[in-house]
Each structure stands twice: as C-alpha cells, then as structure tokens.
Design a protein. Sequence first.
Length: 267
Amino acid sequence: MDTYILKIGGSSVTEKDNNKCKAKTDVIRCIATEIKKAKSERSFRLVVVHGAGPFGHKLVTDYGIKDGIRDEKDAEGFVRTHNSMEDLNKIFMDIFREEGLLGFPVQPSACIVQKGGKIERFDTSIVSKLLETSKDIIPILYGDMVIDSKLGASVVSGDAIVPHLAKKLKADRVLMGTDVDGIFTADPKLGRNARLIENISKSNFNEILRSTGEATNVDVTGGMRGKIMRIRDSLVGIPVVIFNITKEGHVYRALMGEKIRSTEIRL
Ligand code: ATP
Ligand code: IP8
C-alpha cells in the first residue's frame, strides 16, 4: 500500500499575508473532506505535516528567538511558540474529527532534538507504529520549537520534518500544498510575468534555485527557497509535487494520483 506525506503549508491555512494568528478553518475543512473522499475510494497510508504561518513565525520573530534562546525571556518565547503551534494543531484535530478522519497528533518537540537548527535525532517509530496499527490513522505533525543541543532551543520547520519522515517511512510520494500553484520563474505574488515551472530535475535545479525567493511575508524558515533546498538535500528518489492546496479538488486529485497544475520534482 502506498504511503504519502502531505505538507499543508502555513500560507494556505492561516492569515500569513496579514501576519495574524488566525486559521482559515474553511480551507482546513475543505482539505479534510477531500482526504476523507480519497480515503473512501483508495487505500493508502497518509501522514500530515502542517506549517505554522503567524502561529509560529510571528512569535519567533517577536521574541527574537530564530537563532536560539539565551535568557528567561527567550525561554518564555520558546514555550509560548510551542503553545501557539499546539493551538493551531488543535484546530486541525477538531476539524479532522468532525469530518470523520482519525487524525492523531504527534508532538514534534517530544520526538525531535536539533543541533544548530538542524535535526540531530528524530524518533519516527511512533509514526510508523501508528500507520501499522490502522491504515485509517493519520499521524499529524507540525512545525515546532524543539530542544537544540547547541542553541538551547530552535525552530524545526514542517519542511524539514517532511523529507526526514519521507526517507524513514520510504514514502512513495510527497505532496507539498501551499498558496501558489508551484515554483515559478519569480515570486508570483510580486510579478505578473512569473511562469510556472512544471518539472524540476537535476539538470535545471540550480538555475531554478537562483530565481526562487523566500516568502513575501514573515517567515523564519526560508519560504519557498528553504523548501526546495531541503528537498534537494534529502529527497533524492522520492517524487515531490508542489501545488496550490487552497484550490478546491486539488488535494483529492493529488491523493488519487491525478495530474494537477503543479511543479513536480524528481531528483
Ligand atoms: P509555512 O512555511 O508557513 O508552512 P508554506 O509552506 O505554505 O508556509 P511559504 O514558506 O510561505 O509556504 O512559501 C510559499 C511562498 O513562497 C509563496 O506564497 C510565494 O509568495 C513565495 N515564493 C517566493 N519565490 C517563489 C517562486 N519562485 N515560486 C513560488 N513561490 C515563491
Ligand atoms: O511553517 C515553522 O514551521 P514551517 C515552525 O513549516 C515555527 O516552516 C515554530 C516557526
């Protein structure tokens, strides 16, 4: 049975463009109903990782803890950012339950330790066991603040969790949902002439990296550029689809293996 990892980007499910800690519950509900429909028509295992939007990026910026924690105020920021991510995760959990899905929260800060902002240890055995227990259980992880052996604590992006999990679980496909149709020749939110790049391989990767920016909004984990660098570093051999998850029908079609407007990366 295929295993998919679905990243639900913070830009699509939160008011990231306004930097407000508010979830777009209608988008989350639509995603949940489409997952439910796909699951009723096809057998596959699914792990969901959601991003932070302002629930994480705003707090990390306001507390100034992007590069680690040094004092009591920073420690407060560490805890408050984690609390805020749990609030966002709870919104996901409630909507998934209301839509009849068996979402199971897996707290990244309880299974990941970083060193200098990079994952050093990640116990993925709970996620594997949850998937083995039932094909209907959907482990749900998220970008978080975690203990860091060099920096005290640091941010782990959902974009870093996804490749790590995909490798460990030998995922068949990684689906990365965000608020734009994929990777463009320039940030589509800034220029009208940006053109969608439909396929990325080893041969055009470096050229594309040069045209890819971070994010137009508050983002401490590198935006679109950070996303594709992590894909390059860890996702060799696993197909990755970057697509607009806010468009109705896209998650369903992506989970059914149908072609949608997107960027497909095979390295
Ligand atoms: P989060 O990190 O909060 O989970 P996310 O994963 O949805 O959010 P972002 O990190 O915000 O996504 O990255 C997506 C943003 O990257 C887009 O909204 C877009 O404005 C920006 N971007 C910059 N350059 C490009 C590009 N060349 N192609 C596509 N998007 C780009
Ligand atoms: O939005 C960031 O996760 P991302 C997590 O997936 C925090 O990059 C706490 C800012």
